[in-house]
Design a protein around this ligand. Structure first.
Ligand code: M6R
Length: 614
């Protein structure tokens, strides 16, 4: 989730681009870069780290004055956050400069094709491949708009691309597929940005682009086309947000924005995971198939929300791979002298990649000869650096302290790991794996459906304002969801909240149930295994003792209706994947209740986003 800016007009492009990048820095700050068109050449600079590093470099070695340019602030996906991998990337003849957000899924094939034509690629990024590809089209004698259209037809995945051509000082050309881009409409100047925060101080008139569109901005106009070169139209609108709301995409909190970003984040985390023949390919798993086949035990280590993702991983990996999985709190792991061998795979889950407890646990595991695979959202952070392999979750920066899209994309990474492991071990047939991948690819739409009912959840939060205690019940993969729902409420609303495995109720916790106690019940989908029926019995038991039941149950589940004081419908999905939809109303509830209580949702008391002390 990088930040992108483009400008053509009469002002200093450097000033407009740097200011735009400052507004977009919340989208990523692994590196920053700028490219300006200067009398037939590209003048550019880029630096790893925050924008301030780039500003310092430009101060020491000024760029020429120009009124047309592009800029980028990076959230690393392909390649470490280094100067070399920073954007902009230039084409082979350095005629074209390009910035990019997203993932080009078939970049390895395009790279091989370009290398066969003696293109020398200097970075590990998919972006540089795209820069060479577009410049190769320009070499055919077409203008940048046509070159961009032609290149886009060859690329798969999700991308926003913004380019300038040194031979054409009048136009900036951009394209988008499944990745954000808006046009800012000025007088004698026009802007491009990942979101309106990039240009809101210059204009509030904007144009939203459709899917698979190319846009050309000049000083006097904006032209939209399809990837096939047919004329197209964007949707014009007026922006009435203030700057801080613009950064949050109109939401009051980063957390709420991140909850609503989850369909996109889950889709991104699934991108590029299958090759042309449909087999799973996890490029970042640097463990050989032989190594993986030798594994006889998996231990998942993590903290907080990431630990709950690990609990779901246990259900999935054991079911698909028939390998025993233990899940451990990272902070407890090394103190109990765990049994670790070379045949143990330790999976460390961490959104930030910097959690001290998890880091110390993986160091211990590696010192005992076990292999460590990290599931992480933050490219280049310590935990993936110190691991043998990594699956990045591609959620984009998570700013709210309470993890939301981080969790859902961790779940996706756990499913991917389980399916990949099953593919390598041969414990599932290829068509079964493909069927589950197809179901996973439907999840962004299902999450969208759940989000469209946010108002119902908000109304309930209002009703429960003032409640001193809330319980959450789940079974199977719904149990970690119950724990996550309780954690969200503790973190944000500062009230007593506990999650239980529903079957455990009668072994003690049912004594807590009293008149009016709200209990969220995550009802498993109906299936062959009696899980659903047992959950319904548990719900009857708490209701008989005065609890108010708020049930999350799949569409068409009529058996639950008599026992639900409130019924929130979930899309029909398999039980193992249900956490991807069932968690969302719980996040919305905690966010809304905390907002109504007047709490700072993005920075709850006593908490830090990344816990770097043990
Ligand atoms: O960055 P990590 O995933 O390693 O962080 C682990 C926990 O500190 C984190 O999940 C914490 O529980 C969150 N605040 C939960 O919302």
């Amino acid at each position: 989730m990088c930040g992108i800016v483009g400008y053509v007009g009469m002002r200093s492009a450097q000033d407009v681009v740097i200011e735009g990048l400052r507004r977009l820095e919340y989208r990523g700050y692994d590196s920053a870069g700028i490219a300006l068109v200067d009398h037939g050449t590209i003048a550019s600079d880029k630096k790893s780290g925050k924008l301030a590093n780039l500003e310092k470099a430009i101060e020491e070695s000024p760029l020429p004055a120009s009124t047309i340019g592009i800029g980028h602030t990076r959230w690393a996906t392909h390649g470490a956050p280094t100067d070399r991998n920073a954007h902009p990337h230039l084409g082979r003849e350095q005629r074209l400069a390009l910035v990019h957000n997203g993932i080009i899924e078939n970049f390895a094939e395009i790279r091989a094709e370009l290398e066969a034509e003696s293109h020398e690629l200097l970075s590990e990024t998919d972006t540089e491949v795209a820069a060479h590809l577009i410049e190769r089209e320009l070499d055919k004698g077409v203008d940048l708009t046509v070159a961009m259209q032609a290149a886009c037809r060859q690329m798969e995945g999700a991308f926003t691309l913004v380019a300038v051509d040194s031979q054409d000082p009048d136009r900036v050309v951009a394209a988008r597929r499944n990745s954000p881009l808006v046009v800012g409409l000025g007088e004698g100047e026009n802007f491009l940005g990942s979101d309106v925060a990039a240009f809101i101080e210059h204009t509030r008139e904007a144009l939203e682009l459709g899917q698979d569109q190319v846009v050309t901005i000049t000083r006097d106009g904006v032209a939209v086309s399809t990837f096939d070169g047919e004329p197209a139209e964007g949707t014009r609108y007026h922006v009435d947000w203030d700057l801080s709301a613009a950064e949050k995409d109109g939401h009051d909190w980063f957390m709420r924005k991140e909850i609503f970003e989850q369909p996109r984040a889950v889709a991104d985390s699934l991108l590029g995971r299958r090759d042309a023949s449909g087999r799973l390919q996890l490029d970042e798993v640097r463990l050989s198939d032989e190594d993986l086949r030798e594994i006889d035990k998996v231990i998942v280590i993590a903290c907080g929300t990431s630990f709950y993702a690990g609990m779901v991983a246990k259900y999935a990996i054991e079911h698909w791979c028939r390998v025993p999985v233990e899940v451990e709190l990272a902070s407890e792991f090394r103190y109990r002298d765990p049994i670790l061998t070379q045949r143990t795979l330790v999976v460390a889950i961490s959104q930030s990649g910097e959690t001290a407890d998890t880091l110390q646990a993986i160091r211990h595991a590696r010192s005992q000869g076990s292999k460590v695979l990290a599931i992480c959202n933050t490219n280049g952070s310590t935990i993936p650096r110190e691991s043998d392999a990594v699956i990045y979750t591609h959620a984009g920066p998570e700013i709210g302290v309470a993890s939301t899209k981080g969790f859902l994309t961790q779940l996706v990474a756990c499913y991917l790991l389980g399916l990949y492991f099953a593919q390598v071990k041969g414990t599932r047939f290829g068509d079964e794996i493909n069927q589950i991948m197809d179901q996973l690819e439907e999840m962004p739409a299902h999450i969208d459906t759940v989000l469209s009912h946010a108002d119902e959840v908000y109304a309930m939060a209002k009703e429960y304002l003032g409640t001193p205690s809330v319980l959450f019940l789940g079974r199977h993969a719904g149990y970690p969801v119950a724990l996550e729902g309780a954690l969200k409420l503790k973190e944000l609303a500062y009230i007593h909240a506990e999650g239980f495995a529903a079957g455990e109720l009668k072994h003690g916790p049912i004594a807590l149930v009293d008149n009016g106690l709200p209990i969220w019940c995550i009802v498993p989908p109906r299936g062959r295994d009696q899980l659903h029926e047992k959950m319904v019995s548990g719900i009857q038991e708490v209701r008989a003792r005065g609890a108010r039941t708020i049930c999350l149950a799949e569409e068409g589940d009529t058996a639950i209706e008599p026992y639900a004081d409130v019924l929130i419908r979930l899309p029909k999905v398999p039980v193992l994947l249900q956490p991807l939809v069932a968690t969302v109303p719980l996040q919305l509830f905690a966010c809304e209740l905390a907002t109504l209580m007047g709490h700072d949702v993005d920075m709850p008391r006593n908490l830090a986003k990344s816990v770097t002390v043990e």
